[in-house]
Write a protein that binds this ligand. Structure first.
Ligand code: GMT
Length: 378
């Protein structure tokens, strides 16, 4: 198949999943064309079946906001026509699905017998729960969903939220996030511990784009409580709007020597491989890809019952799930994992097994079957 993938290039789960999907499809022999504003952060090395089309936005003094969505639509139309794409897969409803819709309209006269390509849209989370919840954006998100030929959501939770909020005309297919366990596995390297100045401390980790839904302040508060009863160190990977507040809190609590702000890193496996517990106290999370990647590396997760976490984290087996904001509860469970090595080992092993149920190859097959159904018009 010839597949176009439109995604955010920035540090975040939807861009990661879109890129990993495209790479896996290309390895299976499909031709994949990526569309984004800059190279997606996980795109990596050259592959003969992968083409990347940078969307250049026109800047003109009259336009206060550059028209990325329109430039993307033009680019999709051009590439879809000349490369004869079968499917354009929009990751995140806004603006990708809308731009692809517009591209289809641009091509209307060129592909008279049928639509030039089928439009697949994957809903990732905040496109529904944050953007879709915004009154000013609701109608545009609804249009993107209803005009797609097929829609997937990354969890049952997100499907249910989408149905509740938009009552879409079409059935939504759930295809969960996935992880390549040939790349994500525990490979502890002492050099990393040395480079980070870690001696015998237990390592707590968090990875995200530091948006408000991630509750970064709760992470610092949990860690502050943990540090009173355990010898611990916190690795914070990623960056975003809540980072400054987190730095202020770390200073206020006098934790500066125990917290490492590592910024946006692509190769997270070496860090996950030295981690003992991942903290994900999000107040909304459609799936939580970072947690699945941590589990593949044998890291139990202390997260919230919010959103999609309960669909792949079994409390007591792969970590623990508490109510959002329950700092005391999350501290207690993290401490349990950090202090009882046998329990930690059992959870760590169970996490690795659970991650294998979300193996890239299995879920990519589901996407291929989904494209095939779209092309067959069923
Ligand atoms: O907010 C983020 O973490 C980024 C966001 C994105 O769109 O890049 O992630 C969403 O998509 C991921 C991949 O499907 C999911 O694993 C995340 O749970 C989801 N984030 C939220 O729902 C907050």
């Amino acid at each position: 198949m010839k597949i176009g993938i439109s995604c955010h290039h920035t540090y975040g789960g939807s861009g990661a999943i879109a890129t990993e999907l495209g790479k896996a499809l290309a390895e299976k022999g499909h031709t994949v064309h990526f569309f984004s504003q800059a190279a997606p952060f996980r795109l990596g090395a050259f592959s003969r079946n992968i083409f990347y089309h940078e969307v250049e936005v026109m800047h003109y003094p009259l336009f206060e906001c550059p028209f990325y969505s329109l430039a993307l639509a033009s680019k999709i139309a051009e590439v879809a026509f000349y490369e004869k794409l079968d499917v354009v897969h929009a990751h995140y409803a806004i603006p990708h699905a809308l731009s692809a819709m517009l591209a289809l309209q641009m091509l209307e006269d060129k592909c008279k017998d049928s639509k030039c390509f089928k439009l697949a849209t994957t809903l990732h989370g905040t496109d529904i729960t944050v953007v879709g919840a915004d009154r000013g954006m609701q109608n545009v998100v609804r249009l993107a969903i209803n005009k797609s030929d097929g829609v997937t959501a990354v969890s049952d939770y997100l499907k249910a939220e989408t149905v509740r909020m938009f009552n879409p005309k079409k059935e939504i297919t759930v295809i969960p996030n996935f992880v390549n366990t040939a790349l994500f596995f525990r490979a502890t390297k002492n050099e990393i511990r040395e480079q980070l100045g870690i001696k015998d401390e237990k390592v707590v980790i968090h990875i995200s784009n530091f948006r408000p839904v991630k509750c970064i302040g709760d992470i610092i508060r949990i860690f502050n409580a943990l540090s009173r009863s355990a010898n611990v160190l916190l690795l914070l990977v990623g960056d975003g709007p809540e980072r400054s507040e987190a730095e202020v809190l770390v200073r206020q609590f006098g934790l500066i020597d125990r917290v490492r702000f590592l910024g946006k890193l692509v190769d997270i496996v070496p860090l996950l491989s030295i981690a003992d517990v991942m903290l994900m106290p999000s107040n909304a999370e459609s799936f939580g890809l970072a947690a699945l990647e941590a589990m593949a590396c044998g890291v139990p997760v202390v997260a919230t019952m919010a959103g999609g976490f309960p669909e792949f984290i079994v409390p007591g087996t792969h970590g623990y799930l508490l109510a959002p904001g329950d700092i005391e509860g999350m501290t207690e469970k993290a401490l349990l994992l950090l202090s009882d090595h046998n329990h930690w080992r059992e959870c760590s092993e169970a996490c690795v097994l659970q991650a294998k149920r979300y193996e890239t190859a299995l879920l990519v097959e589901q996407y291929e079957a989904f494209y095939t159904r779209l092309l067959a018009g069923v």
